[in-house]
Design a binder for this molecule. Structure first.
Ligand code: SF4
Length: 867
């Protein structure tokens, strides 16, 4: 029987039906009954089954490199935290937690730190994702409430996407947008410096200058005001407007000035303004491109200002809609997982602190907000924090200026890491590692961007000594002397308390009220179906959470010239790839997901590439004030001139270069503390190498030192790319010492080595060149998982004896269809639509994540044909 659970990746929070088929195998399908996805899944959700094995798992508590029992490890953690607090005060300890935790885990961690240890030094990696949206909601509404749901996508006439590559990052939301466009004729405007796959298909794309969103939305507000298009009645009844707000719009926010500030054509800007003015059902989705900015909170408020001033909020198909990155970012916000909030949407006023403390019956309550993520690791670095517990996240990779984070962790007297994976870039610094349960074993709830609470249910037994995060925290709390408040018997027990706190003395003051479930039985909790709090449109009656019930327009700060501030010649943007998730600890296990964008690329405009003497496939050194990394170059006119883009996913485990965290600036938004990952000053230069190559192997190889290597999973093994200088033959021999078939063409500088079994099957093969073309990776890598025995000659040739077409880079990972296969079918069969490609090749007919890419290919082919 299928178990209904929720996807562990993004904030769309799709429902999943998981049918266990073996000890650690599972069949995955979308849950048709779940309101977020109605049966659909993207490529990541579809291929979850490839990630549930036990490879790389941490299965026992570890003290240093020694396996320990739970009692010993928990006693040590509790004793060291108690000792540190006794010697240096509660502010000397911290928890850094994660949007991967379930709400019940989050609740217990927050309660222990803020109510019993007595400091708010608990922050979450959601700080990096949507803290600016939280701050914007609080400023405008008085509470962190998303006023929309996914159903609004189906009922909107204009969808505006701000800083969101939705087709890649929230693919099921994208599918709902596509469906609305097809069914209802919904118009789509994309506001993003890059022409992403999302922007390619839009009715209008505004490729604005990075971080000029505030100017753009303030310009829209001024344009609407000048045309009498504001909803004065709504403003008068429901919104406080700062005294000089309206006059301030007349100072430098006219269409022409705004177009110049945003560096977009005035005619395009006007078109957007006219579309917005003409469309009452307008929905503005904003995501990390808006939030991850030193102006992130102002961006959120500039967007919300427009919706409040036009009354486009609290109604079907309209509103400002923040979509979050992580599966349970919203659950973390509910329990107070951010250092800047207390619990259950309460803050640090005396009344709120007293209420929470009375409810918890706790000995201490955090007196004030704690250290936010970036500041927390600065405090670790300068010794203010002497013990830190990192749960389910990898800050040594993901925080900005990650080199400094590593130095801080290395110097910290006591580091605890609870994780699913044994060796992460962060766990290298841990004195104690605690094995946590993974997706498929966890039991609890998550809340998605649309305020829908879903159950994550266990499919497998917890392996080894792994335990739920809530249990681990609970056991440490007991050992710290708080057994009375931390003796939960199961996640349902915690959920009941969480719901009870949300309704305690609430009396309608806060929208977040789960009182209905405060007495839920264990059986009803087990059977809980997806449940939304605060209904479809929380502010439908125009009553907001601020005292007095009115929302607020927020004056935003003028732009500062960040480019001048760091005096570097280009700007660096960063973000996700379609089929990878965070630091690849889970998606990196999937051979299929690893086929799309299997290397970290720096994307450059053709004119920038030319000026830098870089061609596609070259290696480039990317350097910011924080550090350096090496990426392979992708030349694309989807980039604005003077700007580059790199992915966020690669870690030390997968590459010796390509690490974005080394590059991002630690500068943060002054209100939310969220780092500005999307706009860092950068210098890019060619990285000269004498040779490059690749290797396919059954085991991940240990390479000798070289300038660049990167590794991804393939069915049956690994694909490793490398480049370097020095003695190529010596490098090749050290990389693959036990080769039994070797071609070394010294004149042409080519080396090919293979280890081939007696039966002709492939063990490993290495191809290195000083400049000539390399064979296609696809056929060679496919031999790792093939029953064929091609023999040494074919392997060294890099192709089978007969002719074979190279499918090219894989576009559709569900059906393994490459770009060359698609282009050939388009040409030979005169295909003109994505549906026709699907019929011919099946591509795009399962999860649909590759449909925007195929749309792009069709468009390109059409343009070529018309040229
Ligand atoms: Fe998972 Fe994809 Fe749904 Fe996000 S859109 S929750 S990654 S299936």
């Amino acid at each position: 029987m299928a178990i209904r659970t929720a996807c562990p990746y993004c904030g769309v929070g799709c429902g999943i039906k998981a049918k266990r088929t073996g000890t650690r195998t599972v069949e995955i399908s979308g849950d048709p009954a779940h309101p977020a996805n109605r049966g659909k899944l993207c490529s990541k959700g579809t291929h979850l089954g490839e990630t549930v094995g036990l490879e790389g798992r941490l299965l026992s508590p570890m003290i240093g490199e020694r396996e320990a029992g739970w009692d010993e490890a928990l006693d040590l953690v509790a004793a060291r935290f108690k000792q540190t607090i006794a010697e240096h005060g509660p502010g000397s300890v911290a928890f850094y937690v994660s949007g991967q935790l379930l709400t019940e885990d989050y609740y217990v961690a927050n309660k222990l730190m803020k109510g019993f240890i007595g400091t708010a030094n608990i922050d979450t990696n959601s700080r990096l994702c949507m803290a600016s949206a939280v701050a914007a909601h609080n400023r405008a509404f008085g509470e962190d409430v998303v006023p929309c749901t996914y159903d609004d996508l189906d009922e909107s006439d204009l969808i505006v996407l701000v800083g969101s590559n939705t087709a890649w990052c929230h693919p099921v939301v994208w599918q709902r947008i596509e469906a609305a466009r097809a069914k209802r004729g919904t118009k789509l405007v994309v506001i993003d410096p890059r022409r992403t796959e999302t922007a390619e298909g839009a009715d209008l794309h505004l490729p604005l200058r990075p971080d000029s969103d505030v100017e753009l939305f303030t310009g829209l507000l001024k344009w609407l005001q000048d045309r009498g298009a504001l909803d004065d009645a709504y403003l008068a009844a429901h919104v406080d407007v700062p005294e000089t707000f309206r006059e301030s719009l007349d100072q430098g926010h006219d269409l022409w000035t705004t177009a110049r500030q945003c560096d977009v054509p005035a005619a395009d800007l006007q078109r957007f303004f006219e579309m917005f003015a003409a469309t009452p059902r307008a929905l503005t989705l904003f995501s990390q491109g808006a939030n991850q900015s030193v102006r992130g909170t102002d961006k959120g408020n500039a967007i919300i200002n427009v919706h409040l001033a036009t009354g486009r909020i609290g109604k079907p198909g309209s509103g400002p809609f923040s979509i979050t990155g992580q599966p349970n970012a919203m659950g973390g916000r509910e329990v107070g997982g951010l250092a800047s909030t207390l619990a259950a949407h309460m803050g640090f006023s005396e009344a709120e602190k007293s209420r929470v403390q009375r409810f918890w019956n706790s000995p201490a309550i955090a007196p004030e907000p704690g250290l936010k993520a970036v500041d927390m690791f600065r405090a670790v670095a300068d010794g203010r924090i002497k013990a830190i517990w990192v749960m389910a996240t990898n800050p040594a990779v993901s925080l900005p200026d990650a080199g400094a984070v590593r130095d801080a962790l290395a110097a910290c007297p006591f580091v605890v890491v609870s994780d699913v994976i044994a060796d992460t870039d962060t766990s290298k610094f841990a004195h104690v590692r605690l094995p946590a349960t993974a997706w498929g074993e966890k039991d609890g709830t998550v809340t998605n961007s649309a305020r829908t609470i879903s159950r994550q249910r266990p499919i497998f037994e917890a392996p080894g000594l792994a335990r739920g995060d809530w249990w681990i925290i609970d056991e440490v709390a007991k050992r710290m002397g708080f057994a009375d408040a931390f003796s939960y018997k199961n996640p349902a027990d915690i959920f009941r308390e969480h719901c009870a706190l949300s309704t305690f003395e609430n009396r309608g003051a806060r929208q977040f009220d789960l009182g209905e479930w405060a007495q839920i039985s264990d059986a009803d909790y087990d059977a809980l179906t997806p449940t939304r709090w605060a209904g479809a449109h929380p502010f439908a009656d125009g009553k907001f959470t601020h005292e007095g019930g009115r929302a607020r327009l927020i004056s935003t700060a003028p732009a500062t010239d960040t480019a001048a501030a760091d005096a570097l010649p280009m700007r660096l943007n960063s973000g996700r790839y379609r089929d990878q998730w965070h630091t690849m600890t889970r998606t990196g296990l999937s051979p299929r997901l690893s086929q799309h964008r299997s290397e970290p690329l720096v994307e450059l405009h053709p004119q920038d590439a030319e000026a830098l003497d870089l061609a596609e496939g070259d290696l480039a050194e990317v350097e910011t004030a924080s550090g350096k990394s090496i990426f392979k170059v992708l030349v694309t006119d989807a980039q604005r001139r003077g700007e580059a883009f790199v992915p966020m996913h690669w870690t030390d485990g997968f590459s010796n270069g390509g690490r974005m965290g080394r590059l991002a600036s630690p500068a943060t938004d002054p209100v939310s503390g969220q780092p500005g990952y999307k706009n860092t000053g950068v210098r890019i230069a060619k990285a000269n190498t004498a040779w490059r190559g690749f290797m396919v192997s059954r085991e991940a190889p240990t390479l000798p030192d070289c300038l660049y290597w990167t590794q991804t999973r393939r069915a049956g093994g690994w694909l490793t790319e490398f480049a370097g200088n020095g003695d190529a033959e010596a490098f090749a021999e050290a990389a693959l010492p036990d080769a039994d078939a070797i071609v070394a063409d010294t004149a042409r500088g080519a080396v090919r080595r293979a280890s081939v079994g007696a039966d002709g099957t492939l063990g490993a093969a290495l191809f290195l060149t000083h400049g000539a073309d390399l064979p296609s990776r696809n056929w060679i890598a496919a031999q790792l998982d093939s029953v064929d025995a091609p023999g040494a000659a074919a392997i060294l040739a890099g192709r089978p004896a007969g002719a074979m077409a190279d499918p090219g880079e894989i576009v559709c990972v569900c059906f393994n269809v490459g770009i060359n296969t698609i282009l050939s079918a388009i040409a030979k069969q005169s295909l003109t639509s994505v549906a026709a490609i699907g019929e011919a090749l099946s591509a795009g007919t399962n999860c649909g994540s590759c449909r925007p890419a195929m749309q792009q290919l069709l468009k390109r082919e059409r343009q070529t044909a018309n040229a």
